[in-house]
Design a protein around this ligand. Structure first.
Ligand code: GDP
Length: 458
């Protein structure tokens, strides 16, 4: 039998109302004692306006108490929600009183963990609550709600069922059949396994678009000094955050700024540049830039339209050409249309036909909107799923990829007439990985790790 936990479910600080949530066997009795004896017993699912009393029987607030009797509550236990006035002093007092009456302060995510333990939600739904609360854009909130509504689990269930069916066929072959499986059964197992690997792979592939919606695109801006990186940075975020100067090499620190393009959060990293330098401070900056660039989802290479592809430009471009990149030719406001054309054509020769190349002016804003779309274009195309449901969590993607690879491995072994016993190992593993996504086969350690990313009161 678990103990009773209490926590503030709304943010700290002053607000119209503040909600304290209790879950566990003593929730109702604690709330009844807070309300005072004359209020009588709490009725489930009917909010009651009560006076909350201190230990010396002073009224500390007039509050609305809602009681959810087990198992019809969020956690599956007795739950009480006390909606007080949002005064930090009152809320502190009420929590202290609850603790004084035997409740314990909840750990981060402990309400959701209890909901999971009592089968009220599965792990993907618990994670969706966290993601919904943390969502930065309406697109990521939308994905979180779909997951919260059980969509991910519903998509996985038929796959798990089908995998189990194949396992049963192979297990019974192992038990009852002396000889090999009949040919028609062999074909059917092969077909089913390759279909399953495809289905799992297709869901995993939605992560490329999904993780961008949740975590955003990390974009590093590179280019030789004075090509207008800081100016472009400012033009993109529409503020004067980065310092723009005429002296080369002043952007020593990496500056991060976030903005959204078509609902994708973009965090822009203005790097210290990639040039050779003897200045120690700058050298550290350059080293840091290299790492940032390697970790980025996209590199923006900025060129100066007056002088496209100097040796230094070429060196910088060569160091990032293997990474996903887009090229911006800046300062086109300074050129006549003929020179523009000639310089853009010269740059095109260098970057190759398939590269994304935009002509912009960070100063006048010309071409900036089109350039923003060019930045996210390769990523919005990644949304290949027919229904728009996306995997947004790296944990889920990893498990899907592992499941897919184990199914493929088993399929390969099966094709080589390996004994069912060996083929089954991979299939059981795949089933376990899929179960870990929804929490059926997740270890205690893993659960602790996942729930430590939740906030208190959730
Ligand atoms: P960084 O060293 O690459 O960060 O370059 P800055 O953003 O500091 O810009 C260097 C100089 O170029 C500054 O004097 C800017 O005002 C100027 N500059 C930047 N972008 C443009 C542009 O699009 N057009 C014009 N005419 N000047 C620009």
């Amino acid at each position: 039998m678990s103990d009773t936990i209490a926590a503030l479910a709304t943010p700290n600080g002053r607000s119209g109302i503040g909600v304290i949530r209790l879950s566990g066997p003593d929730s109702a009795s604690i709330a009844e004692r807070l309300a005072g004896t004359h209020e009588g017993k709490l009725l489930p699912r009917s909010p009651q306006l009560v006076r909350l009393h201190s230990a010396v029987n002073e009224v500390i607030d007039v509050a609305l108490i809602t009681y959810f009797a087990q198992p019809r509550s969020f956690t599956g236990e007795n739950v009480v929600e006390i909606s007080c006035h949002g005064s930090p002093v009152v809320l502190r007092q009420v929590i202290d009183l609850c603790l004084g009456m035997g409740a314990r302060l909840a750990e981060p995510g402990e309400f959701s963990l209890r909901a999971l333990a009592n089968g009220r939600i599965d792990l993907t739904e618990a994670e969706a609550i966290r993601d919904l609360i943390d969502a930065q854009t309406s697109a990521s909130a939308r994905q979180a709600v779909r997951q919260l509504d059980g969509e991910f689990s519903h998509r996985l269930q038929p796959i798990k069922d089908a995998l189990l069916d194949v396992i049963v066929v192979l297990e019974s072959a192992l038990e009852f059949v002396e000889d090999d499986l009949p040919e028609n059964q062999t074909e059917s197992v092969e077909l089913r396994l390759s279909g399953l690997a495809d289905s799992v792979g297709r869901i995993a592939a939605t992560f490329e678009a999904g993780h961008l919606i949740r975590e955003g695109l990390r974009v590093a801006v590179v280019g030789r000094p004075n090509v207008g990186k800081s100016s472009l940075f400012n033009a993109l975020i529409g503020s004067e955050r980065a310092i723009v100067t005429d002296i080369a090499g002043t952007t020593r620190d990496q500056i991060h700024e976030r903005f959204t393009v078509e609902d994708i959060p973009v965090s822009l990293i203005d790097t210290a540049g990639l040039r050779e330098t003897s200045d120690t401070v700058e050298r550290i900056g350059v080293e840091r830039s290299r790492r940032t660039i390697a970790d980025a989802d996209l590199v923006v290479v900025v060129l100066d339209a007056l002088e496209v592809f100097t040796n230094e430009d070429r060196r910088i471009f060569d160091s990032v050409r293997e990474l996903r990149h887009v090229v911006a030719i800046n300062k086109i406001d300074l050129l006549t249309s003929e020179v523009r054309k000639a310089n853009i054509a010269a740059a095109r020769e260098e970057v190759g036909l398939s590269a994304s190349l935009s002509a912009i002016s960070a100063k006048t804003g010309e071409g900036i909107d089109a350039f923003k779309s060019a930045m996210i274009e390769p990523f919005s195309r990644a949304d290949s799923s027919d229904t728009g449901f996306l995997v947004t969590d790296a944990r889920h993607r990893d498990l899907l990829v592992r499941a897919q690879s184990d199914i493929n491995e088993s399929l390969h072994l099966f094709g080589q007439n390996t004994s069912e016993e060996i083929v089954l190992i991979g299939l059981h593993n795949a089933l376990r990985y899929l179960g870990e996504i929804t929490g059926e086969t997740t270890t205690e350690d893993m659960l602790t790790r996942i729930f430590s990313t939740f906030c208190i009161g959730k």
